[in-house]
Design a protein around this ligand. Structure first.
Ligand SMILES: [Cu+2]
Length: 148
């Protein structure tokens, strides 16, 4: 089983290489903890999210209703562009932000409702799986009560 999966991945890599999608390697960076977000003295939740192929770190954010959230999306990829999407009208959050390779971009939003939703990258190359399907997905958790 393991062998056939390996063969499949090998084939997949060959196909990806043939298409010129070879540059999925990333700069080595220390990986941050799974969930870190800081409520500043000014009442703004801030976090840096490392954007890689194909992950967000941290991938679980916990914030509270009515506080602005400011996320620095730091791409550590060399060529592959990603994005950051949240579609959660029930939380009052609609975000679509491109994250070019190697760049850091900032997004800001203020949740108006409590609940959980996903943030994800919806990029997709031809017939390949979407980046979300490859693991570029995380959880935004908006709580009513203050965190800690
Ligand atoms: Cu992506």
């Amino acid at each position: 089983m393991r062998k056939s999966v390996g063969a499949l991945i090998g084939l997949f890599s060959l196909a990806a290489g043939a298409l010129g999608a070879f540059a999925e390697t990333s700069v080595n960076q220390p990986t941050p903890p799974a969930a870190v977000i800081v409520l500043g003295a000014d009442g703004v939740f801030r976090a840096e999210i490392v954007v890689d192929s194909y992950s967000y770190k941290p991938d679980h954010l916990i914030v509270t209703v009515g506080h602005p959230v400011e996320l620095a999306l730091k791409s550590v990829t060399i060529i592959v562009p990603h994005n950051f999407v949240i579609k959660a009208p029930e939380l009052g959050v609609e975000v679509r932000q491109a994250v070019p390779a190697g760049k850091t971009v900032t997004v800001q939003f203020t949740p108006t409702g409590a609940g959980k939703t996903e943030f994800y990258c919806d990029k997709k190359l031809l017939f390949f799986k979407s980046h979300k399907e490859k693991g570029m997905v995380g959880t935004l958790e908006v709580r009513e009560a203050p965190v800690n």
